[in-house]
Design a protein around this ligand. Structure first.
Ligand SMILES: Nc1ncnc2c1ncn2[C@@H]1O[C@H](COP(=O)(O)OP(=O)(O)OP(=O)(O)O)[C@@H](O)[C@H]1O
Ligand SMILES: [Mg+2]
Length: 346
C-alpha cells in the first residue's frame, strides 16, 4: 500500500518509475523533502537529477521560496564565483554594477548546484566556507552577508572517485553527501521503459494536438532492447520525434537507426563499418575472429534499405546495384532475417 501511495504521489508530478530502485528513490524523497538536509543526487546524463531536485523543493517547507539552479560546469572559475556570491561594482573588469549572487537570490529557498564535480579547488574551498558559516562576501566586497539556503547538488561523475584521486575535497564531499540519492541508468531499470514510453508518447501527442498513438509490439521490443546511453532524456527525444514523424501508430520504422540496429548482435551492429575514415586504414575493418562475407552483404542490403527508408530504387543506388539485382538479394536477405524485422520489402 505504501509503495502504491508513493507511486501515485510522485507519478502525479511526472516522475515515472516502478522499478525497485526508483521506489527506493521515491522513498528517500519522501523522507528528506520535509527537512532542510543537503542532498547529493548522482546519476548519468538524462537520468532525471534535476527533475528529482525540483520535486524535493516542491515538497519542502521552502516550496514558496525560490528554486535557483546553477550549472557549475558551464562557467569559468571567475564567472561562477560571481554567479554564486555576486560582486561589488568594479570588482573586476566588466563588473559595471553591483550584482547579487545566487546565494543571496536563493535565500529562504533551494539552491541547486548542478554538475558539482566540475568545480575548481578554489571554489570548493569557498563553498565549504559558506556551507559551514552560512555567510559569505560578494566578490570585491567586505561586508558579510547571511544566507539561508537549502543545498541540493547533482553530479554525473563519481564524486567518491574524484575524492580518491584528489580532485575533490573530502570535507566538501561530506558536507554535500548528507543524503545520497543515486538514480539508476535506464538500462538498469528497463522494466520501466514501457511505462515511460507510453507516458512520453501520450505527452507528445497531447502537445502536438494528435490523437493517442499506440506503440507496436515490435517497436516496444526495440525500445526494450536498446541500452539508452542518454537515458530517460534520450527516450523522450526519440519518442517525441517518432510522434511527429509517425503515422497512426508508433512502429519500428519510426525509431532511429541506432535503436533499430541494436537488436542485432554487437559484432554485426558495430564491427563492420567502424574503421571508416582513418588515414591509410582499410575502410571496413575485418574483426580478428574473421567474418562471413555473405552475411556482410546481407547486412549492407538491409542497412541500405534502412537508410533509404524502404525505397528499393534508392537503396539499390546506395550499393551501386541494379534494381533487379538488389531486389533479388533483398528477398534472400530479408528471408534470412525475417524475424529481426529489419527489412521493409513492400
Ligand atoms: N522518471 C522520469 N519520469 C519522467 N520523466 C523523466 C524521468 N526522468 C527523467 N525524465 C525526463 O528526462 C529529461 C531529463 O531529465 P533531467 O534534466 O532531470 O536529467 P539530468 O539527470 O539532470 O540530466 P543531465 O545530467 O544531462 O543534466 C527531462 O525532460 C525529464 O523530465
Ligand atoms: Mg541536469
Amino acid at each position: 500500500m505504501l509503495r502504491q501511495q508513493l507511486l501515485e504521489r510522485f507519478q502525479v508530478e511526472g516522475i515515472v518509475g516502478s522499478h525497485s530502485r526508483m521506489l527506493a528513490v521515491f522513498d528517500t524523497l519522501q523522507r528528506v523533502s520535509g527537512s532542510h538536509a543537503t542532498v547529493l543526487i548522482s546519476g548519468e546524463n538524462g537520468t532525471g537529477k534535476e527533475l528529482i531536485a525540483r520535486a524535493i523543493h516542491r515538497h519542502s517547507p521552502r516550496k514558496n521560496g525560490p528554486f535557483v539552479g546553477v550549472s557549475c560546469a558551464a562557467l569559468t572559475e571567475t564567472l561562477l564565483e560571481s554567479e554564486l556570491f555576486g560582486h561589488e561594482r568594479g570588482a573586476f573588469t566588466g563588473a559595471v554594477s553591483t550584482r547579487k549572487g545566487i546565494f543571496e537570490v536563493a535565500s529562504d529557498g533551494t539552491l541547486f548546484l548542478d554538475e558539482i564535480g566540475d568545480i575548481s579547488p578554489k571554489l570548493q574551498l569557498d563553498l565549504l566556507r559558506v556551507l559551514d558559516a552560512r555567510e559569505f562576501r560578494r566578490v570585491g566586497g567586505s561586508q558579510l552577508i547571511k544566507t539561508d539556503v537549502r543545498i541540493l547538488a547533482a553530479t554525473n561523475r563519481d564524486l567518491k572517485q574524484l575524492v580518491e584521486s584528489g580532485a575533490f575535497r573530502l570535507d566538501l564531499y561530506y558536507r554535500l553527501n548528507v543524503i545520497p540519492v543515486t538514480l539508476p541508468p535506464l538500462r538498469e531499470r528497463s522494466t520501466d521503459i514501457p511505462q515511460l514510453a507510453e507516458y512520453f508518447v501520450a505527452r507528445a501527442c497531447k502537445e502536438a494536438g494528435r490523437s493517442p498513438m499506440p506503440i507496436t509490439t515490435e517497436a516496444m521490443r526495440l525500445l526494450l532492447g536498446y541500452d539508452w546511453p542518454g537515458n530517460v532524456r534520450q527516450l523522450d527525444t526519440v519518442l517525441q520525434r517518432a510522434v511527429l514523424l509517425g503515422g497512426r501508430v508508433i512502429d519500428y520504422m519510426d525509431l532511429p537507426i541506432e535503436v533499430r540496429f541494436s537488436a542485432l548482435p554487437p559484432r554485426e551492429a558495430g564491427g563492420l563499418a567502424s574503421a571508416a575514415g582513418a588515414e591509410g586504414a582499410y575502410r571496413y575493418a575485418i574483426p580478428a575472429e574473421g567474418i562471413d562475407l555473405e552475411e556482410v552483404k546481407q547486412k549492407f542490403i538491409l542497412q541500405a534499405m534502412e537508410m533509404a527508408g524502404g525505397a528499393i530504387a534508392e537503396a539499390a543506388e546506395l550499393l551501386g546495384l541494379s534494381y533487379r539485382t538488389f531486389y533479388y538479394r533483398l528477398m534472400r536477405a530479408s528471408g534470412a532475417q525475417a524475424d529481426t524485422g529489419q527489412a521493409r520489402t513492400g
